[in-house]
Design a protein around this ligand. Structure first.
Ligand code: NAD
Ligand code: PRE
Length: 306
């Protein structure tokens, strides 16, 4: 695969940055990759495991001369990091991010960037419940979506280059506008995470009553909830605080449906329950038939490493 950028800087060295680093190395997509993380400990780990060609002690040093800068920090601090790096960006460089929320990140970052720097927000729809510099792996983005959310008037060549990077990292790339992105992700990722957090919290409360039975006998569905609920607290706190409106809109609809199901159970309305579950089963089958579940063994892609 051809090199896409001469110099890439990764700011924040956790799951997504480390996965992108290994994917870039696998594909020969970047010349030199520099990296910076806020904590001494993370930088020391990165040096120890060879994460980045050069680990820098400041964000300013990491972005110096870079033609691509990737912000891989929690969405709540994107603006502060952008302010820190802005004076040190090379003219003509591209700044992108991997944040799970887009409108708020655009509002935070955009105002800090100087004229002549291209800003192309992005979001790879791939992750695990693990975090930190040791958690990444080169295959994370294989056959996953990466959404680019360019603001109006962005340079087409700069977009094409970022697209080539993500495709080289294994992802399928599409463009979307920020508001739509945030609503779609509220349905497919943010609200489901909140529900998982809540369900595990409920079980934990119950555990105090029934000793360790909830954990001991936990079935597959609940185990999946516990995996999701083990995700990084800082990342998810920031996701909910920055995608507030869309998440509250979806949770409102969720609550209405839940009340309707609750009522059907109380009144013994089996027809309602059966019709509802038939509809949801068809949705799952539609996803599988469209080949969009990369975890499904039906497609021979194997289970995802996490
Ligand atoms: N984990 C996922 O499933 C997933 C998937 C797609 C996108 N994202 C997004 O990617 C971004 C990174 O998530 P991650 O899972 O890699 O998190 P992570 O916790 O593994 O890594 C975050 C890194 O940012 C560093 N950091 C935090 N604040 C900083 C600051 N002010 N300056 C410099 N470094 C700082 C942390 O020390 C850490 O190295 C987030 O915006 C998240 O929303 C996460
Ligand atoms: O598989 C997981 O652990 C994830 O939660 C990954 C997941 C998701 O919801 O699908 C989480 C947050 C992202 O912004 C993108 C991907």
């Amino acid at each position: 695969m051809a090199q896409v950028y001469d110099r890439v800087a990764l700011i924040g060295l956790g799951l997504i940055a480390s996965s992108l680093f290994w994917a870039m190395k696998r594909g020969g997509l970047a010349g030199e990759v520099t990296g910076y993380a806020r904590s001494d400990e993370t930088r020391a780990t990165a040096r120890e495991i060879g994460l980045c060609d050069r680990v820098c002690d400041s964000a300013a040093e990491a972005v110096k001369g870079a033609d691509l800068v990737v912000l891989c920090v929690p969405v709540g601090v994107m603006g502060a990091v952008a302010a820190e790096i802005a004076p040190h960006l090379a003219p003509g460089a591209t700044v992108t991010d991997v944040g799970s929320v887009k409108a708020d990140v655009i509002a935070q970052v955009g105002p800090h960037l100087p004229e002549g720097v291209h800003f192309i927000p992005a979001h790879p729809l791939a992750g695990t419940e693990h975090s930190g510099p040791r958690s990444g792996f080169a295959e994370l983005f294989d056959n996953r979506w990466c959404l680019l959310v360019p603001v109006e008037g962005t340079d087409k060549d700069a977009i094409a280059r970022l697209r080539a990077l993500w495709e080289g990292a294994g992802a399928n790339v599409e463009e979307m506008d920020a508001e739509h992105h945030d609503l779609v992700l509220a349905v497919t990722s943010h609200a489901p995470h909140l529900i998982a957090y809540t369900m595990v919290g409920v079980a934990d409360d119950l555990r105090r009553v029934t000793d360790s039975e909830v954990i001991k006998y936990s079935a597959a569905g609940f185990r999946d909830f516990t995996r999701i609920a083990a995700s990084d607290p800082t990342m998810w706190r920031d996701v909910f605080l920055t995608n507030k409106d869309a998440t509250l809109e979806i949770l409102g609809r969720f609550t209405e449906e839940l009340f309707a199901l609750q009522r059907a159970i109380r009144t013994g309305d089996g027809d309602h329950l059966h019709a509802y579950f038939t509809r949801t089963r068809a949705i799952r089958r539609g996803i599988i038939e469209a080949g969009q579940d990369t975890d499904a063994p039906d497609f021979g892609r194997g289970a995802r490493k996490s």
